[in-house]
Design a protein around this ligand. Sequence first.
Ligand code: PRP
Length: 180
Amino acid sequence: MMREDLDRILITKERIAERVKSLAAEIKKDFGDEDLIMVCILRGSCYFFADLTKELDNFVTLEFMSVTSYGSGTTSSGEVRIINDISCPIEGKNVIVVEDIIDTGFTLSYLKRILTERRPKALKICALLDKPSRRETSIDGDYVGFVIPNEFVVGYGLDYAQKYRNIPEIGILKKDVYSK
Ligand code: PRP
């Protein structure tokens, strides 16, 4: 039913799983056996966060944060606000922020700024998807799963109007679904 709204699958379950494993290996290469605080930015990164953290054998503290960006429709104003903050101090700790997608970059620019003020030992950004063609800030991910074209993608946590998050693949939404 839900799937009928997809134009096509962009990234299969298998490719996601394989890439998640290699991202974990990249993180492991940088941090070795050090402890990590990994921060899930709700809600889009929930599945990616769950799968990625399970690929690491470090001691990982799981933290959750929700933010909202103002701006109507598809245009973001660049104003971001914290709805729920993480629950622990990060001073002197290794922190990895886990996002589903970097689009304009406003969300991560804001998060990077406020988390840096808390003086972590290291602060890295891990994003499953990157749409560089939409970027309006100079932020880049330290670990990026897939660079994708400017298509409306849903699934594996990504939504349109809160729907389609629970599709296990990443698909391109049919244009008539969001232009109705
Ligand atoms: C999406 C996504 C990122 C942000 C990226 O979140 O999860 O957090 O937008 O866009 P940006 O680079 O233009 O800032 P959204 O606000 O849709 O919330 P969600 O994760 O709950 O879907």
